[in-house]
Ligand binder design. Sequence first.
Ligand code: H79
Length: 448
Amino acid sequence: MRLCRHVWVMAVVLAAAAVSASAADERGAYTPSPENLAAREWFQDAKFGIFLHWGLYSQLGGAGNPGIAEWIMNDANIPAKHYERLARFFNPTAFDADAWVRTFKAAGARYVTITAKHHEGFAMFATRTTNYNIADATPFKRDPLAELAEACRKHGLKLFFYYSQLDWHHTDYFPLGETGHGAERPFAGEWDRYIDYQDAQLKELLTRYGPVAGIWFDGWWDQKDTVMRGSWRLAQTYQLIHSLQPAALVGNNHHVTPFPGEDFQMFERDLPGENTMGFNTGAVSNLPLEMAETMNGSWGFNLIDDQFKSTRTLIRSLVAAAGRNSNFLLNTGPLPNGELQAENVATLREVGEWLTRNGESVYGTRGGPVSPRPWGVTTQAGKRVYVHVFDWSDSQLFVPLRAKVAGARSLRNSSPVAIRHRSDGIELTLPEPLPNEWVRIVRLDLAE
Ligand code: H79
């Protein structure tokens, strides 16, 4: 009996220790710094960023295949030793970082996220870790990330670096994951040496380009169901980033619920909580959110894909994201000569014109008090609630907002909007939609 009791007590003590250890791993291991928490607020206020996919793949433009661009090395099974040839003649002499950033700023973007290294493995910056980089392996010889960092600083935009953990070129990325099997690399390599290489590149990105707003990881999913699952040393890499720049926001496009050490959660081509892509199955977390979207069907430049989304569609996505408490990261794939694609520049100009007129309903807001509805969304900043109406054909719109509203005005011209309080919400008499009005916005001033 006594022995039994002794064993039972031991078991309880051991179980308690095990629980606290796992709690430390899953929840307690990462405490974001005050700088990081402030950066998260800035990020959520910023609401709109530009995503850039630019690399050796840009020169192939998908090689005649819609939907393929930065994946061409994998999809066309190009061996690494042949793919490397693309560097010999990559010479984007029309690249003008200042012109890019002026375009993004005029579009209303508050930050830029650019591919420092995509799955192809080619570094778009002057790294000392490998010659396979734009400054050493191409006739261009310049460091576009340094030039972009300088232009962003000058114009007041923040800069994120996209970094692919997956690498189709590096021989130490071994064992292979689910992709990159056509690269004909040797069946050898040391995984940990690859992670060291990745961390060395990240250290360069976080020490040589001024303040970095964050790192946007991708490619983790390549090892998701393989033998190397769990070998990414995520906690160590995230700790490295936060120790070098406490305010840098870490996000990982792994399509699963965020891990400790991550500061925001992104959604690829889906609104948070939706899953039209099939892989957006992770739960929406309490972290700041971001939806990444393409202008056509590709991330990198595609020569034949003219299926550009209309500005109306993109603005509605931006607003729908804001109504879900999420940022909107809109992608463009620069040309191999360094220019932005003219069709995308035209769209960005229209986005900027819309945000100039309607920005107060987006910037600095959070998801509003009424969750997304079939007719639209709400956003909120302090005592102001913005009702964004996409599709509603009647003059009366019921909004289930149980709050005392002191006044309501149409954002387009500040004219008053009639409002009737009901026990379960308010009823607005909407202004007639104007032709080409993409979103009807009513600003509510809350009484208290
Ligand atoms: O950089 C852009 C794309 O190149 C990259 N992410 C954006 C931001 C991207 N990579 N893959 N995808 C987008 C689509 C996802 C495919 C996946 Fe799978 C389906 C990942 C996991 C399941 C393909 C099939 C890769 C592994 C299995």
